[in-house]
Ligand binder design. Structure first.
Ligand code: GLU
Length: 471
């Protein structure tokens, strides 16, 4: 419990640090910081012949834009204050990357590993029914997505429940995001948070001043990276950085220990081992370290905490040797640790920006659902034809055949996945630069996290003031 109340306090402290540097109308910062409404739902489900009562929450943080958006977490260790902290992060995150949603978060106190698929389906459906009846689940008011312990399967069940209650809602598919691409989802959503982290880190390396500030040089190629958590987020970011950017994953920290290898671990084969054995222990191709947390303190260029909140604390922050921390999880660094790291000059690419790729692609999915058409469907063949015409014109003008490699580029039109990636890349690049501009305008912010919070507060308060919501 202590860990969780600290999480909410941490988020509030980071918020207040940024707000105190700004000139806001009296009371507005307090209003933004607090959750507008929190539903606590207790619901019965029949499990193995007996009725069990589960506890769940849906916290609506800020409704300056609607719908509100945020994942649903299934975990045995959730609490109301944790859900409130996560909902607040969603508001700030959406504002920073210009995703026009308010922030929300949901959770059910359940350990998914203790239940069969059929039991989880019953739990999810019963929770979803309560969300519809009591907590305004709807494509225009509140749209959940996946989070720890949930994924496309659960999102599909939630959609089905909503449709049962609202069979006449033509926009029903937009009530939840993170669905399977074959079930009203969008290509690229599953990998999106990891992909967004990759794009964020690439953008960092496009800024030589930031690279220098962090005490690094050059590009991503060959950089030594430690990842904590090989779940959906950690797995995808580690895989992409290794396979596409030539980075070296020298450490993987999991719940049962860590693996280290200076020459680089093979992310895919470690993932395979975890799927088969439930953890990293027993993996043959690297050194196993029983005290996994100690590897967070190992020498590396970039540390990517992509597991739980509260992993970098005042206790271990003084010993962290990473030059850059790329926050994949929500709230991996406590406010106290953040201050220590800032003083020590560790460059933090903060969660409210870095892990926003998931909700960004959720936004694309929501738009796709509302527009009832796949991105690229209208223009794809037209673009290909245009490419053919350009080739023909080039050949007529030069009297030379256009080489195959150029032909391929000119005649390949963008499909849904290309467009999702392009939109995500653009979003991550823009947001990085907006945070940098905020920092240049308000140097008193000092670091990227404070500047990111300032940017979020500026945008949210503008929405309140301009829409006349603030009296
Ligand atoms: N769980 C994701 C996050 O923490 C977002 C879920 C969504 O797409 O709504 O950002």
């Amino acid at each position: 419990m202590a860990r969780n109340s600290t999480f909410l306090e941490s988020v509030d402290r980071m918020f207040s640090r940024a707000a105190s540097l700004m000139d806001l109308p009296p009371g507005l910062a307090d209003h933004i910081r607090e959750c507008n409404v929190v539903y606590q739902l207790r619901f019965p489900v029949e499990i193995r012949g007996e009725i069990r009562t589960f506890r769940g929450w849906r916290a609506i943080h800020s409704e300056h834009r609607l719908p509100t958006k945020g994942g649903i977490r299934f975990s045995p260790n959730v609490s109301q204050s944790e859900v409130e902290a996560l909902a607040a992060l969603m508001s700030y995150k959406c504002a920073i990357v210009d995703v026009p949603f308010g922030g929300a978060k949901g959770a059910v106190e359940v350990d998914p590993r203790e239940y069969t698929e059929e039991e989880l389906e019953r739990i999810t459906r019963r929770f979803a029914a309560d969300l519809v009846r009591k907590a305004r689940l709807s494509p225009s008011l509140d749209v959940p997505g996946p989070d720890m312990g949930t994924g496309p399967r659960e999102m599909g069940w939630i959609l089905d429940v909503y449709k049962t209650f609202h069979p006449d809602d033509v926009n029903a598919a937009a009530v939840v995001t993170g669905k399977r691409p074959t079930a009203s989802g969008i290509r690229g959503r599953h990998e999106a948070t990891g992909r967004g982290l990759q794009y964020a880190l690439r953008e960092f390396f496009r800024h030589p001043d930031d690279v220098k500030k962090a005490g690094l040089e050059g590009g991503l190629e060959g950089k030594r990276i430690i990842v904590q958590g090989l779940g959906n987020v950690g797995y995808h970011v580690a895989k992409f950085l290794q396979e596409e950017d030539g980075a070296k994953i020298i450490g993987i920290v999991e719940w049962d220990g860590a693996l280290v290898d200076e020459n680089g671990l093979d992310v895919e084969s470690v993932k395979q081992h975890i799927m088969e054995h439930g953890g990293v222990k027993g993996y043959g191709g690297a050194t196993y370290v029983e005290n996994g947390a100690s590897v967070l303190e190992a020498e590396c260029d970039v540390l990517i905490p992509a597991a739980l909140e509260g992993q970098i604390t005042e206790e271990n922050a003084p010993r962290i040797k990473a030059k850059v921390i790329l926050e994949g999880a929500n709230g991996p660094t406590t406010a106290g640790a953040d201050e220590i790291l800032r003083r020590r000059g560790v460059f933090i690419i903060p969660d409210v920006y870095a892990n926003a790729g998931g909700v960004t692609v959720s936004y694309f999915e929501w738009i796709k659902n509302l527009s009832h058409i796949r991105f690229g469907r209208l223009e794809r063949r037209f673009e290909e034809m245009r490419g053919q015409q350009v080739i023909q014109a080039l050949e007529e003008l030069t009297g030379q055949p256009v080489p195959q490699s150029i032909r391929d580029v000119l005649t390949s039109a963008a499909g849904e996945l290309d467009l999702v990636r392009s939109g995500l890349d653009d979003t991550m690049r823009n947001a990085y630069n907006e945070i940098k501009e905020t920092l240049a305008r308000r140097p008193e912010a000092e670091d990227m996290r404070t500047a990111a919070y300032m940017l979020a507060i500026e945008k949210i308060s503008r929405a309140y003031l301009e829409h006349g919501v603030w009296p």
